[in-house]
Design a protein around this ligand. Structure first.
Ligand SMILES: *Cc1c(COP(=O)(O)O)cnc(C)c1O
Length: 337
C-alpha cells in the first residue's frame, strides 16, 4: 500500500527506533527526564524562545496554550478552517470555556485587517477578545503558507489591542522549508508555538509547545491537570530528537513529489479545481466519471490510499514513507485512470 491519506501515517525507521531504545530517561513529571529536557531545549533554541514543553499530541499543545492564554468567557479569533476550531472536539469551549470568532480567510489564512475588525469593543455585552490563533501551514487550506510580513502585521494589531498570538505550527517546518525562512523570526513574533513531531517529521508521537519560561511553567501545570504529565517520556522524546536532526531538510523532497503528482493530476479530466499546492498537501475537486469516493476506491484497488475529505474533494499528502519510486508508480496509475 502507498498511503497518501495523511503524513500522520509515517512509521518510525529502524534508526529512529534505535535512538528510542537507547534513550536516557527519568521521571518527567519531576523534570528529570534528560531526553525530554534535551528535546524541549533543542526546539526552544531553534526558535529563539525561552522554553518548551513536550506533550502527547498537537491537540494537547494547542489546547494547553489556549487555556494558558485565556479566561472563561473570552473570545478566540481564528480562521474558520483552523484545526483548533474544527478538529479538536470543541476543545476551546470544553477546556477553556471560551467562544470562537471564526473568520473567513483565504485558504486558512487571515489578515491583519480582518483581525482588527474582529476585535470586540470594551462593552459588557461582548466577550473580551483575548487571543488570535494562526495555523501555518494550514491543514484544511491545502498546506498553504503565510507570508511572514502578513504575520508581522497581525502581530502589530495584537500588540495594539493587548491580544496574545498563538501559532498552530503542526506543519511549521513545511512552511519554513518551502519559504526558506528562519525559525527565530517565528519565535520573535509569537507568544506560543505548537510544533508536531508526528506529522512529516516522522516521529510516532508527540508535539512541543514553545513560549516564554513563565508561560511554559503555567503550561506544565495545565498539562498535568489535563492528564498529560508523562513519566519516562524520554523514549518518545528521543524519536523527536531524531526527527529534528534528520527529517527537516528532506521535507523539500515531499514538496517536490507533491508538484510531480500535481502535474500528473492536472492532465486528467476527472480533476476539477485544485487548491494551490505550496507544500506537501494536495486537495482537489473530483468531477466527471468519478466521485471523491469512487476515485478513492479505484485507487485502493491499485494499492493506493487517499482520503475523500468531502463528497467532491480528495486529499493526498506526501511524507517520509512515500518514496520516489512510489510517486512514480502512483503517477503511472493516475495516467491510466
Ligand atoms: C495534526 C494537526 C494538529 C494536531 O493533531 P494531533 O492529532 O492532536 O496531533 C494540530 N493542528 C493541525 C493544523 C494539524 O494538522
Amino acid at each position: 500500500m502507498i498511503d497518501f491519506r495523511s503524513d500522520t501515517f509515517t512509521k518510525p525507521t529502524p534508526a529512529m527506533l534505535q535512538m528510542m531504545f537507547r534513550a536516557d530517561v527519568g521521571d518527567d513529571v519531576f523534570n528529570e527526564d534528560p531526553t525530554v529536557n534535551k528535546l524541549q531545549n533543542m526546539l526552544a533554541e531553534k526558535f529563539g524562545m525561552e522554553a518548551g514543553l513536550f506533550c502527547a499530541s498537537g491537540t494537547m499543545t494547542n489546547q494547553v496554550a489556549i487555556k494558558c492564554h485565556t479566561q472563561p468567557g473570552d473570545e478566540v479569533i481564528c480562521d474558520q478552517l483552523s484545526h483548533v476550531y474544527i478538529y479538536e472536539g470543541g476543545g476551546i469551549a470544553f477546556n477553556s470555556g471560551c467562544q470562537v470568532k471564526p473568520l473567513q480567510g483565504n485558504l486558512g489564512r487571515i489578515t491583519a485587517s480582518q483581525v482588527a475588525e474582529a476585535i470586540n469593543p470594551k462593552d459588557i455585552h461582548k466577550a473580551p477578545s483575548r487571543l488570535v490563533s494562526l495555523e501555518n501551514t494550514s491543514n484544511r487550506g491545502g498546506g498553504s503558507c503565510y507570508e511572514i510580513n502578513d504575520i508581522h502585521q497581525i502581530k502589530e494589531v495584537c500588540l495594539e489591542n493587548n491580544l496574545k498570538l498563538h501559532l498552530d505550527g503542526a506543519r511549521l517546518f513545511n512552511a519554513i522549508v518551502a519559504k526558506d525562512e528562519d525559525p527565530k523570526e517565528y519565535g520573535n513574533i509569537f507568544d506560543s508555538i505548537s510544533i508536531c513531531l508526528s506529522k512529516g517529521l516522522g516521529a510516532p508521537v508527540g508535539s512541543v509547545l514553545l513560549g516564554k519560561k513563565e508561560f511554559i511553567d503555567k503550561a506544565r501545570r495545565i498539562r498535568k491537570v489535563f492528564g498529560g504529565g508523562m513519566r519516562q517520556a524520554g523514549y518518545l522524546a528521543a524519536a523527536g530528537i531524531y526527527a529534528l536532526e534528520n527529517n527537516i531538510e528532506r521535507l523539500a523532497l515531499d514538496h517536490r513529489h507533491a508538484q510531480q503528482m500535481v502535474a500528473a493530476l492536472k492532465e486528467k479530466d476527472f480533476t476539477g479545481s485544485m487548491f494551490p499546492v505550496e507544500t506537501n498537501i494536495i486537495i482537489f475537486e473530483v468531477k466527471g466519471k468519478y466521485s471523491a469516493k469512487s476515485l478513492a476506491e479505484k485507487l485502493k484497488e491499485n494499492d493506493i490510499l487517499v482520503m475523500a475529505i468531502s463528497p467532491t474533494q480528495v486529499r493526498m499528502v506526501l511524507h517520509l514513507d512515500v518514496t520516489e519510486e512510489m510517486v512514480k508508480k502512483t503517477i503511472q496509475i493516475i495516467e491510466n485512470l
